[in-house]
Write a protein that binds this ligand. Structure first.
Ligand SMILES: NC(=O)c1ccc[n+]([C@@H]2O[C@H](COP(=O)([O-])OP(=O)(O)OC[C@H]3O[C@@H](n4cnc5c(N)ncnc54)[C@H](OP(=O)(O)O)[C@@H]3O)[C@@H](O)[C@H]2O)c1
Length: 299
């Protein structure tokens, strides 16, 4: 089975490509520009194509050559503030390009899997199920909602995977996220302000890749919430990180999200109910503590 992954240089893309190869699939990784994965020893089941998804000709060329059985569309403009400030580019990458990738997937009747976000919800309620009303509060969330709607109109088998606050390291090394920021700040003895009025179910990147693998293996269609199982605030995440590395928690100050003046609004309380994925896919994520230790190869 041939699986094409867009956004393969990204955090999810890298782990997904690795997992799919370990499971014996043929993987066509695509990303903007040069490959960033260093795939030594990945064998001839793996190939990489530079593919900018805003270029329709590029997409058609790659799809004609590959004719994929499955497409995992993970590429997106993911920075919430940048999307707010550059809405035209955000629309082009997240909506128009998704539409184009889908058109090409339809030519080969591929199983199309679109990766979406908890930011399609307004965050007033929290613990969202798949059927809850979509009401994004940021332009990023709005474009992801639009791309979901385009996916849902397709005539080929489609699945939408919504996920939430993905953490982990990229394969080429560490990448900055809330965990690495807390760890390095406290290690340097720096005082930090951490938000305590936003809630998420943080998702270990390998769990997200496993959830997508299950969808591929079961040829599942429809919407799935794939995330971790613990509802936590950034402050909770920071406390667990400090505990794991025996760092000085007194350097952390609890603050409201309104302390930071960010261009893109964040939904206050998201987090997912993952019962559908558990029941239908057999998905079971790590706890946040387990994911944290895994991220630092501590068990
Ligand atoms: N990370 C999270 O917390 C989170 C939460 C909810 C949902 N998601 C969704 O999960 C998916 C994967 O996200 P991620 O965490 O892996 O984010 P990421 O690391 O930012 O990966 C996104 C990838 O898309 C690529 N991309 C951007 N514009 C492109 C274009 N025009 N053509 C081709 N590729 C392009 C980026 O390339 P460059 O690296 O070259 O810029 C990047 O490698 C996204 O759809 C995102 O919306 C993520």
């Amino acid at each position: 089975m041939k699986i094409l992954v867009t956004g393969a240089n990204g955090l999810l893309g890298q782990h997904l490509v690795k997992l799919l190869l370990e499971k014996g699939f043929t993987v066509i990784a695509t990303g903007k520009g040069e490959e960033r994965m260093h795939p030594e020893g990945w064998g001839d089941q793996y190939e990489y194509h530079s593919l900018d998804i805003t270029d329709a000709t590029d997409i058609a060329t790659v799809f004609t050559r590959v004719q994929p059985d499955v497409v995992v569309h993970a590429a997106a403009m993911t920075q919430v503030d940048e999307c707010e400030l550059n809405s035209e580019k955000c629309e082009r990458v997240n909506v128009a390009a998704t539409s184009q990738v889908l058109v090409d997937a339809e030519m080969y009747s591929s199983h199309f899997i679109y990766v979406s976000t908890d930011f399609v919800f307004d965050g007033e309620q929290g613990n969202y199920v798949e059927e809850d009303e979509l009401k994004p509060v940021s332009y990023y969330g709005f474009t992801k909602m639009q791309a979901e709607a385009i996916t849902e109109t397709s005539t080929i088998p489609w699945a939408i995977v919504r996920t939430c606050l993905v953490y982990g390291n990229t394969l080429e090394g560490t990448r900055s996220n809330i965990i690495t920021w807390v760890k390095s700040s406290l290690e340097q003895g720096k005082a930090i302000k951490v938000v305590s009025d936003q809630w998420r179910t943080p998702t270990y990147v390998e769990d997200l890749a496993k959830g997508i693998l299950l969808i591929i293996e079961k040829k599942a269609t429809g919407i799935y919430h794939i995330s971790g199982k613990d509802l936590l605030t950034p402050y909770d995440i920071a406390m667990q990180t400090a505990d794991l590395f025996h760092l000085d928690k007194s350097l952390m100050e609890k603050v409201d999200a309104s302390t930071f003046n960010q261009p893109g609004r964040r939904p206050p309380k998201t987090g997912f109910v993952i019962e559908k994925a558990r029941k239908e896919l057999g998905f079971e994520p790590l706890s946040f503590g387990e994911g944290l230790r895994r991220m630092f190869a501590m068990g």
